[in-house]
Design a protein around this ligand. Structure first.
Ligand code: S3P
Length: 432
């Protein structure tokens, strides 16, 4: 297990890019594998999760070339019918997005498959996907009534479209149902009270599929075929968030993070930082492969507490651990609420964030659906752990840039899941 030690940082200065968007990278491979012809991808995230997605589709006979140096992927497929019965079980590693979206694809394929992953995946709830897929007619089995992995899919049963209201906003569940809906008879409508990230809807349209969006309801009618195309992937705002958070709390920082996806269903972290008083501007705003992209410029400013709740939560769900670190430096109270979903991520992120912030001396209380942080509190270096959760390891690395003394992060290699080169990037920016 790797360890990194951080000490108080100099002001962060400069111009940096971050690796490609994880959500969009997974989808580019999946949709390319479901499409007819050639799909080429630039800016692909060479992280462990996305490499696992490539392996799963290679395991089903799809021809995929990955040039890791160049960030390029080429996928040649004969459409959904080109997917073959996998000779081995499909291993998603640590990737919740891979397993959940793939369940939607596998449900409609006429073959038997088994899908699972690592210890963290084995604890994550799958019933939120398998229940509605069963309602559509899928034959799906697994521990506790297909709540936990490994999950077996006996494809080939006829799927019927459904009209389904998501109990909790989730792009993974919405996407899985739309991908099953592509292969179902009739129309599938997914409704959510607050809108989750819409990369699936945008990319399906780019691949030539009719997607009907009416407020918070998304509908798709079974039968269309996808056509291969080129996809340019922007930098991941969830990775940029760690650097933006660092620049927001390290005195006198001024940083530009270029070429970042700022899709409004993802960019809640910018709204939260601005609500806390951060000085953020977007430059060079443009649309790339159907996704809004911009350069983000941030300067350190005194911060105040805020409330992060309701419709904002799905727009920044992955950024809450690092926002909690930022909140320790804001004047007054920050309340994070309506975020029960944090309990079902790679770790229980309410527990792993609160417990370790306390170890650094922060004034924080866990609540049933979030946490309350009182600031500003000077942090003191301590031993922390990623618990193999990339976003926890990286959030506490950022805390180490302002904590007195030294902060040791055990299990630091977790950053490889979504942000390879994270430690090099932080060191390059924080040392003069
Ligand atoms: C993702 C959706 C989110 C997010 C995850 C990636 C996606 O999960 O936390 O990191 O790519 O669709 P939920 O939609 O389940 O909240």
């Amino acid at each position: 297990m790797d360890t990194e030690t951080m000490i108080p940082s100099e002001p962060l200065r400069g111009n940096i890019t971050v690796p490609g968007d994880k959500s969009i990278s997974h989808r580019a491979v999946m949709f390319g594998a479901m499409a007819h012809g050639r799909t080429t991808v630039d800016g692909f995230l060479d992280g462990e999760d996305c490499r696992q997605t490539i392996k799963c589709f290679q395991n089903m006979g799809v021809h995929i070339q990955h040039d890791r140096e160049q960030g390029k992927v080429t996928i040649e497929s004969r459409g959904l019918e080109g997917l073959h019965v996998p000779s081995q079980w499909l291993d998603v590693g640590n990737s919740g997005t891979t397993i959940r979206l793939m369940l939607g694809i596998l449900a409609g394929r006429p073959f038997f498959s088994v899908i699972g992953g690592d210890e963290s995946i084995a604890k994550r709830p799958m019933a939120r996907i398998t229940d509605p897929l069963k309602k559509m007619g899928a034959a799906i089995y697994g521990r506790d009534d297909a709540t936990y992995t490994p999950i077996a899919v006996n494809g080939g049963t006829k799927l019927n479209g459904i009209d389904y209201e998501l109990p909790v906003a989730s792009a993974q569940v919405k996407s899985a149902l739309l991908l099953a809906g592509l292969q179902a008879e009739g129309t599938t409508t997914v409704r959510e009270e607050t809108r989750s990230r819409d990369h699936t809807e945008r990319m399906l349209q780019a691949f030539g599929v009719d997607v009907n969006i009416d407020g918070h309801a998304v509908s798709i009618t079974g039968g269309p075929s996808l056509q291969g195309r080129h996809v340019d992937i922007p930098g991941d705002i969830s990775s940029a968030a760690f650097l933006l958070a660092a620049a927001a709390i390290v005195k006198n920082s001024h940083l530009r993070v270029s070429n970042i996806g700022v899709n409004p269903t993802r960019a809640g972290v910018l709204d939260a930082l601005v609500a806390m008083g951060a000085d953020i501007t977007l430059e060079n705003e443009r649309l790339v492969s159907g996704e809004p992209v911009a350069d983000i410029v941030i300067s350190e400013k005194p911060l105040r507490g805020t409330t992060i709740s309701g419709a904002l939560i799905p727009r920044l769900i992955d950024e809450l651990p690092v926002l909690a670190v930022v909140a320790t430096q804001a004047e007054g109270q920050t309340v994070i609420t309506d975020a029960t979903e944090l309990k079902y991520k790679e770790t229980n992120r309410i527990e792993t964030t609160v417990e370790q912030l306390r170890r650094l001396g922060a004034n924080v209380e866990a609540t049933e659906d979030g946490m309350v942080i009182e600031g500003p509190t000077p942090l003191s270096g301590a031993e922390v752990h990623s618990f193999n959760d990339h976003r926890i390891g990286m959030a506490f690395t950022i805390a180490g840039l302002i904590a007195k003394g030294s902060t040791t992060i055990h299990g630091s290699q977790a950053n490889e899941i979504s942000f390879p080169g994270f430690y090099e990037a932080v060191r390059a920016l924080s040392t003069p």
